[in-house]
Design a binder for this molecule. Structure first.
Ligand SMILES: Nc1ncnc2c1ncn2[C@@H]1O[C@H](COP(=O)(O)OP(=O)(O)OP(=O)(O)O)[C@@H](O)[C@H]1O
Length: 303
């Protein structure tokens, strides 16, 4: 993609990940100057602000917007970009960076900013859970429970996330539900129902190794409560080895999913808390979002 003379709006969430470093702005400006792009940097003032900024960008003459933050910020920018029909790029600054890792976007600010100028626009699938946009991985059950607890904490980051997960693991139980996948309904019981567009939550935890963001399919993984001594399950998740061969996993591909649980269960959308529901309507939006991905990553054919 030739970005010579392009006008770019960078939308920065200073509170994403482990905090803001002033050199972030410098790296962004450097990459833009090097590539003759005209750059504007806006900092989000509150949750939800990134949606507004992205939505207004097209009218202000920007060619594309760039989310600088974690999966929550990327989700907000995508909501605005979808409404305005403007392409978006990503500079990952979150704690897990699931979507960015899947898309092959470099994890350092300088390299990610530079990669925007050697990129291709991919028409990426997205989906909604009860009307809320999801780009990466959403979940019902234990991961939703953790996201709802974690969302209320002021001190975030990977260490805090791991601590909370371990503390809550023993008390949280599997739940009963009725699952409808492309119109076929069956009873099931799970600890987590992960609905994946990309392959991973973040930090290379691949809950749906076969997932692609442009296969026009959702990948649902129903996960049983795994005993703590089964460290092989965690090992397999981090090495991309989870499959239907595991007695703890039931993995399916789908165009539409509906779930009814026997009691209210917590859910999350791209890691952001969604509250508790008993009915979940999951709808695919094929090829809906224009995302700048590194051309090199696209050529590998694994996105
Ligand atoms: N200025 C702001 N003040 C408070 N919250 C903000 C502000 N700007 C954005 N937010 C909110 O911060 C939340 C967390 O952002 P984000 O998900 O990008 O970071 P993270 O949680 O650290 O990363 P990840 O989701 O990858 O772990 C989002 O829900 C977003 O709405």
């Amino acid at each position: 993609m030739n970005n010579e003379g392009k006008k770019v709006l960078f939308i920065v969430n200073k509170y994403a990940g482990t905090g803001y470093q002033p050199q972030v702005e410098g790296r962004i400006v450097e990459a833009c100057v090097k590539n003759n792009a005209e750059c504007t940097v806006e900092f989000t003032q509150a949750a939800g602000h990134a949606v507004e900024l992205a939505e207004g960008a097209k009218q202000q003459g920007f060619d594309f917007v760039v989310a600088v933050g974690g999966d929550g910020t990327i989700n907000e920018v995508a909501r605005g970009a979808l409404k305005a029909s403007i392409p978006m790029g990503i500079i990952p600054r979150g704690s897990g960076n699931g979507l960015s890792r899947h898309l092959g976007i470099p994890l350092t600010v300088g390299q990610a900013a530079e990669s925007l100028f050697q990129s291709t626009v991919l028409n990426m699938d997205t989906f909604t859970v009860n009307g809320k946009l999801s780009l990466n991985v959403s979940g019902i059950g234990f991961d939703g429970h953790i996201a709802n607890l974690f969302g209320g904490k002021t001190k975030r980051g990977l260490a805090g996330y791991v601590k909370l997960t371990v503390e809550e693991f023993f008390a949280f139980q599997e739940f009963d539900m009725e699952v409808s996948i492309d119109g076929i309904t069956f009873p099931s019981r799970a600890f987590i129902v992960a609905i994946a567009n990309s392959s991973q939550y973040g930090n290379n935890a691949r809950i749906a190794p076969a997932a692609s963001v442009c296969d026009q399919l959702l990948h649902v993984t129903l996960v049983k409560k795994v005993p703590v001594y089964r460290v092989d399950f965690v090992y397999n998740m981090f090495t991309g080895g989870l499959s239907n061969a595991s007695s703890f996993c039931d993995m399916r591909a789908a165009k539409s999913i509906a779930i009814k649980t026997s009691k209210p269960v917590a859910f999350h959308v791209d890691g952001e808390p969604g509250g508790h529901h008993t009915e979940f309507e999951i709808s695919l939006m094929p090829a809906a979002l224009q995302v700048l991905v590194p051309t090199k990553a696209l050529q590998k054919g694994t996105l």
